[in-house]
Design a protein around this ligand. Structure first.
Ligand code: PXP
Length: 239
């Protein structure tokens, strides 16, 4: 079967729970149902401020998931220690600013080499595959390859937010970045802002192997149920 792998990001379920600081809805349950719906991977972002996913969620999802687990985290010593203890299948290094609503841009690898390198090495030495969340920008892709990342996750936010006149330019940047990343020998992932309506053009990019999608799936799940929402997205990822 030729299909892009789907990582379902369950952070938004935790956001709803944290709005009341209660126990429901539980992102661990969401992860289990996402797997029932056909997700290939569970993705979550353990943020420094713990605004949505908590350590308990990270631990339980890591223990219970039957598919792959992808931990999104900032490159710092605290998160490195947690990642080494949880030992997910993969880690995606992302930038983190406390005031942002979501991860608003890619990692600036050219500026952050000294911070990123030791974390990358420590994780890879323990057998974790490491991906860099970067903008669709050739110098960043080249730097990711130079640093030795296993994969890049190309930020699709600009494409998702583009007006009609800009869509083609944003797509071209993603296509060119995907092709470059593959030429450098890295795996190619993408994500951010993808929906049931805009995912098609991304699925058609041949180098892209994996998409990580959260907000749109969780939004649909509110009305359709988690398994159904995931099943519908899985169908859209067939090539
Ligand atoms: N990939 C990364 C690296 C992210 O930080 C996020 C947002 O948490 C996503 C994918 C999913 O984005 P969205 O919720 O917009 O689908």
């Amino acid at each position: 079967m030729n299909r892009v792998r789907l990582g379902v990001n369950v952070d938004h379920v935790a956001t709803l729970r944290e709005a009341r600081k209660t126990t429901e809805p539980d992102p661990v349950t969401a992860a289990m149902l996402a797997e029932q719906g056909g997700a290939d991977q569970i993705t979550f972002h353990l943020r420094e401020d713990r605004r949505h996913i908590q350590n308990r969620d990270a631990r339980l999802i890591s223990e219970m998931a039957q598919t792959m687990v992808n931990l999104e985290m900032a490159a710092n010593p605290e998160m490195q220690e947690i990642a080494l203890a949880l030992h997910p299948d993969s880690v995606t290094l992302v930038p983190e600013r406390r005031e942002e609503i979501t991860t608003e841009g890619g990692l600036d690898l050219l500026r952050l080499t000294d911070r990123v390198s030791p974390v990358l090495r420590a994780l890879q030495e323990s057998g974790i595959k490491v991906s860099a969340f970067v903008n669709a920008d050739q110098p960043q892709i080249k730097e990711a390859a130079r640093l030795g990342f296993n994969a890049v996750e190309i930020h699709t936010g600009e494409y998702a937010n583009a007006g009609r006149m800009e869509v083609e330019n944003t797509l071209r940047a993603i296509r060119d970045s995907a092709a470059a990343a593959r030429r450098y020998g890295m795996h190619v992932h993408a994500g951010h802002g993808l929906t049931y309506h805009n995912v098609h053009s991304i699925v058609l990019i041949p180098e892209i192997e994996e998409l990580n999608i959260g907000h749109s799936i969780i939004s649909r799940a509110v009305f359709a149920g988690m398994e159904q929402a995931v099943r519908e997205m899985v169908e859209l990822l067939r090539r």
